[in-house]
Design a protein around this ligand. Sequence first.
Ligand code: MG
Length: 354
Amino acid sequence: MASKDEKITMLHGAGGTIMHDLVKNYVVKAFGGIADSEIPLEAMDDAAVVGDIVFKSDSHAVKPIFFPGGDIGRIAISGTVNDISCLGAQPFALACGLVLEEGLLLSDLERVLASMREACLEAGVGIVTGDTKVVEKGALGGLVMNLSGIGKRTAALDSNLEVVRKKRELKARWTLDSNLAASDKIILTGAIGDHGIAVLSAQQGLKFGSEIRSDVKPLNKMVQKLLGEVGGVVAMKDPTRGGLADALNEWTEKSHVGVLTYEDKIPIHRDVQTACEMLGLDPLEIGNEGKLIIGVVPDKAGEALEFLRQTPQGKEAQIIGEATTQFKGVAMQTLVGGKRIIARPVGDPVPRIC
Ligand code: MG
């Protein structure tokens, strides 16, 4: 139970251990154990599974609502579509709840809605229901929204799991955080840090050399093609708030394996690296909105990598590491040849990035 004077801080919404504890100790505690679902709330995976439907809800409060490379609407569509995709499902219907702040320019709302339409067309999935509320002028920054969605099993997911099962045992029917096993390779689909730094630059009015643009995009088409045409994928996750460091640690905790990753394999754009050095930020802890980490059985990793590099969303993909039973947690082989522990961050260093 919370003590009388404990209050919510910005860190409670920043990914990482503090948000994780809030969700686990309050939200899951309140709602856990009621619903009958294959992948329940307690699993704290990217989405839940009810029957053969994958179900996900996400709220968005990015500040400012427009930033280089995207806006709140594009994040909302991409975030929900990508979380549903992480379990191997194809999203097929979305719901959008808008909370608008008094004083928001109608032309800004129009721009956000047009961007959402574009992202829906890119993903091939539409909004079928929703709700609109208006609140007095305050701290919303114009608008916030909730985006929920449902996805379904596909033939591509089934054929992917068949490929896995030819290589090793796997009971799960979905690509879950808990599926990683020793020797599985980990692919990162592109460079990290672009989104968080793009939003930070818009928040602070900073310029870092050439403009850094968010990577925000829906990834469902790339995922379904990979599952259907290559296969061998056991787990997928989008490294959003808390970045790669948080996502890899979540996998190690849920799969009970260690992860060894190689610093020289992790793609980071030069401008992002420079910005992080100037600001004292670790790019591993910064959120992304258009990247996935993908756990693949070892025999299929090379083929999966080549396949991803042929797609527009996975051009810069790399195999960044592998699962191991040699140790627990996440370790990184550094450029100079040493090893360092990658701890789960307390929270994303950039506030309100999604
Ligand atoms: Mg996710």
